[in-house]
Design a protein around this ligand. Structure first.
Ligand code: ADP
Length: 478
């Protein structure tokens, strides 16, 4: 299969003719040749999007009209859900059952933002009897969307849907390690009747295509999801043109288990939180903090559950943990397993390639116990199926441990003490906290993190804010 850019309604190779090869994580064999974009391709895509913004119908259409297109996009995604899931599974190594869930969420993103744009009110202030202040939210212009390789299709649509709903033409730069599912977007957009030039897609390596998008003066906003270090580079480069940024970055999210919690449910949440989606998720609960009274029991049960997680071929419906995205990433994760062992953490499950899977990026569900805050595996984002378990005695100590990393994306709390819940909600450094629940998302709520985990929020009207500029009008009628 070959993948080309999609610019101004046409499938095109790179101006330079450059390509790169994508690997299949289950085998590490090359299987896809992809156009490698650079500054010239980005310039062409931005020019097409800019024309769609200044001359095309999209920004001027009513919310209802745009919503109708978004709903058709959702339907076009649903009619291809098997194909999307199959591409995603092969391209990312995600288990097929979980890839299917992502295709469903992608369609939902478009339906949801169709609803948002048709129900969103605007602000009006009455200054005096014949004077009004009102706020016009104008589409900001061409939106640059830079997305990561984990759950690529879902995350691409999570940015595309609100940008389009707000009236912005877009240039999407998908991650180079998982470009396949984005290749279906052009036909989906065409089938739904999105005007030409509103959706543009440029594949390529981050430092080339991504950096060119960030540097382009006609792109006033960049929405980025990816690593914290990449986010920092983007922020530096975006400063040149004072670009608006929305950034969802890394995490090292704690899951706190107090002795009064429902341990069975906390255990289910811990297993789901770090081993689903191959552990390659920004909100993974990769640090489990457990109160001393129940620590030994919890570690033992978590290790037993981890050893039962079925690692296997991504396409097998029985697989629970597939192949990690890329050999480079696999090496990084395996290096953390070595570091953890050297640092003196106690490996109680996994830590090695399962014997029945001799090739590809496979790792058994891994649990380290007795991890201390000084260890690198406690502090650094591993982004794989590796969890660190640390004991605590008091609530104060739990809080200190929870806040002891540079990250602040999510926190998960298991306790039956309501006052404690409120106390911790006030003082845990995280953008989101789930209490006695797994990572359930309501798309209306602001998603994002504090500290090194991000900048700004996406979700519901927060996403619309990213892609619009507030313009105040003072209207006097006398
Ligand atoms: P992840 O490893 O989670 O995908 P990365 O931060 O490496 O996170 O990549 C996320 C996205 O950012 C990818 O699409 C990648 O190509 C892009 N990217 C990487 N480096 C840059 C850069 N310097 N400027 C803009 N985009 C970049």
């Amino acid at each position: 299969m070959n993948l080309e850019h999609y610019i101004g309604g046409a499938h095109v190779p790179s101006v330079t003719g450059a390509t790169f090869t994508a690997l299949e994580p289950a085998t590490n064999k090359p299987y896809l040749t992809v156009a490698a974009g650079g500054p010239e391709d980005i310039a062409a895509a931005v020019a097409a999007a800019r024309t769609a913004f200044t001359e095309g119908p999209w920004p001027k259409m009513s919310g209802d009209q745009r919503a109708a297109v978004l709903r058709r996009i959702a339907a076009a995604i649903e009619s291809r859900d098997d194909e999307i899931a199959a591409r995603e599974c092969r391209d990312t190594g995600l288990p097929i059952t979980q890839a299917r869930g992502q295709a469903h969420r992608a369609a939902h993103n478009f339906r949801f933002f169709a609803d948002v744009i048709t129900t969103l009110g605007e602000e009006v202030y009455r200054v005096a009897s014949a004077q009004l202040n009102y706020v016009l939210r104008k589409p900001v212009g061409v939106a640059g969307l830079i997305t990561p390789w984990n759950t690529p299709f879902m995350l691409e649509t999570w940015k595309l849907a609100p940008a389009l709903a707000a009236g912005c033409p877009v240039v999407l730069k998908p991650a180079e390690w998982s470009p396949a599912s984005a290749g279906l977007l052009p036909e989906i957009m065409e089938e739904a009747g999105l005007p030409t030039g509103v959706f543009n897609l440029v594949h390529g390596i981050g430092e080339d295509a991504g950096a060119a998008l960030v540097a382009h003066p006609d792109v006033p906003v960049i929405s980025f999801t990816g690593e914290t270090t990449t986010g920092q580079i983007i922020m530096r480069n975006a400063a040149e043109n004072l670009k608006a940024l929305s950034m969802e970055l890394g995490g090292k999210s704690p899951l706190l288990v107090f002795a009064d919690a429902d341990l069975d449910r906390a255990l289910d949440a811990a297993v789901f939180g770090v081993f689903s989606l191959n552990g390659e998720r920004c909100t993974a609960s990769s640090r489990v903090l457990v109160q001393e009274e129940v620590y030994d029991e919890f570690v033992e049960r978590l290790a037993a559950r981890a050893s039962r997680v079925k690692v296997g071929a991504p396409g097998d419906p029985a697989t629970e943990l597939g192949a990690l995205i890329h050999p480079e990433h696999y090496e990084r994760v395996m290096e953390y397993v070595r570091i953890g062992t050297e640092e003196g953490a106690r490996l109680v499950a996994g830590g090695e390639r399962p014997a029945h899977l001799p090739e590809g990026n496979f790792l058994g569900a891994t649990v380290f116990a007795d991890v201390t805050p000084k260890m690198r595996i406690f502090q650094e984002e591993i982004f794989g199926p590796v969890v660190c378990v640390t004991p605590f005695s008091t609530e104060a100590e739990a809080l200190e441990l929870a806040n002891a990393t540079r990250y602040g994306l999510a926190a998960y709390l298991w306790t039956n003490d309501l006052r404690r819940t409120h106390r911790l909600a006030q003082s845990i450094e995280a953008g989101m906290m789930w209490v006695n629940s797994q990572n359930v998302r309501d798309l209306r709520t602001p998603f994002g993190g504090v500290k090194a985990s991000g900048l700004g929020r996406e979700g519901g009207h927060h996403s619309i804010d990213v892609y619009t500029e507030a313009h105040i009008v003072h209207l006097a009628t006398e």
